[in-house]
Design a protein around this ligand. Sequence first.
Ligand code: MG
Length: 227
Amino acid sequence: MMEWIDVEKQCTGLDEKLIDRTKGFLDKDEGLRLYQIGLEASRLGPCLEIGSYCGKSTLYLGAACRKNNSTLFAVDHHTGSEEQQPGEGYFDPETYDIRQGRMDTFPLFRNTIIDGGLENTVVPIISRSEVAARHWATPLGMVFIDGGHTFAAAYTDYNSWIGHILPGGYLLIHDIFKNPDEGGQAPHYIFKLAAASGLFQVLSMTKTLGVLRRIECGELPEDLPGV
Ligand code: MG
């Protein structure tokens, strides 16, 4: 008899065992929401994630893009964010390259993409997000921000990419903690910026994953005065 996991893998393209063994900080419910939104977004245009690390979120978004023969651009400098450096709380020795004398998560990311059968879907961009954005000109069905968690990094990711989201497309932001005792406030700060811009509809969150949808041309926000 075929196990449930095989049926799920056939339907979604998600390999739960591979997801479980891939390093990362993404909850399964958040990953499944990424997949669901990714299915809709990748019908509008290619998707882009910032902060791929070892590819856990890439497996969810890549599987969704693959279903629609779309593309996922995966932006990461692969040298780790502040809290992942040696001596910091989220450092993982397996991500450290002794020869380079610094972190390098790209070999692990590449293995994830190969194991996930996503080489014809995912385009890795090994770069800081603002450098990748400098000459970017492709409209996007989704931008997922999960990069550095300083205010400077989060604001830079937000400012560099929101202009490329198609009308009706999605902006997703990871690690939103409304209570400062639970986590850093930079992702929450850019979430509030987007919500206050009047350009996005705020959809329900999944755990720490914030979801916004770019309002269509001619569509009016529900809270517009006089509407
Ligand atoms: Mg994250």
